[in-house]
Design a protein around this ligand. Structure first.
Ligand code: 5GP
Length: 244
């Protein structure tokens, strides 16, 4: 009996170790949303998805596991990202068997189409965008595909950026510019957590708010203050929030 208990304990321990050794050791998620007006208003332009013009609302770009400090350049030659070394994990499962299956997320498709639409001109199928994000980032999240997409939708619904900005008087306009410190303050006040902002330039070279990076715990459930401050073209500037 005693021997059996020890054997069972060993099996349990070894399976726990196996699970923890395959779990991806990132520190937090970036939950990234894009302002569609700023994605479209560049020299590159945009295209609407097959489902039609998305709402004038921030749309999800991705939920990205990230390290708090970049790892050494020699860590893993395959996934070195940039000069600073490897700053996030990506493409964690290489086998074809890990491709996103439409069946697995079938109950989320209507919501994903509204909240995570593609604006790329490479093709109007948002599912391709979701599959790409799953393969590159989701496979490193330690979440099953359904949870990965469901959590992203929950995060967006829990913190409505468009409404938060409107509450601070920051509304889409092609003429107005807004101090980006005001955007950051409004998000921090409404959500209780700091975020990073990313700007881009419109066709005339004017700065516009492009993406908001919120930081999320490893379960993809709760916002946290962003551990890293991204250097972005927004800092210290006024920027547009163009109409869409
Ligand atoms: P990531 O920034 O996640 O590494 O790459 C985004 C990829 O998704 C790019 O290849 C981009 O062409 C594609 N993509 C498709 N639709 C969109 C979209 O609406 N916004 C952005 N930013 N990328 C999109």
């Amino acid at each position: 009996m005693m021997k059996l208990a020890v054997a069972c304990g060993l099996v349990l321990l070894s399976s726990l170790l196996a699970v923890s050794s395959t779990a991806e050791q990132f520190d937090f998620f970036y939950f990234v949303q894009q302002w569609p007006g700023s994605f479209c208003d560049t020299w590159r332009g945009c295209c609407f998805p097959d489902t039609g013009k998305p709402a004038a609302d921030f749309g999800i770009h991705g939920l990205w596991p990230n390290y708090a400090t970049c790892h050494g350049r020699d860590d893993d030659a395959f996934s070195i990202v940039g000069r600073r070394g490897k700053c996030w994990p990506e493409y964690c499962e290489e086998e074809d068997g890990n491709a996103l299956s439409p069946w697995e997320i079938r109950d989320l498709v209507a919501s994903l189409s509204r909240s995570w639409p593609t604006l790329s001109c490479r093709g109007g199928d948002s599912f391709e965008f979701w599959s790409y994000e799953w393969k590159k980032h989701g496979t490193c999240s330690n979440l099953r595909p359904h949870d990965y997409f469901a959590r992203a939708l929950e995060l967006k619904a829990a913190h409505n950026l468009t409404a938060i900005l409107a509450g601070a008087g920051i509304v889409p306009s092609d003429t107005e510019t807004y101090p980006m410190s005001g955007v950051g303050d409004a998000i921090a006040a409404a959500t209780g957590a700091t975020a990073n902002l990313q700007c881009n330039r419109d066709k005339d070279g004017q700065t516009q708010l492009y993406q908001v990076f919120q930081c999320v715990d490893r379960e993809a459930k709760n916002l946290i203050d962003c551990p890293l401050h991204m250097r972005s073209r927004c800092s210290g500037e006024r920027a547009k929030l163009p109409l869409f």
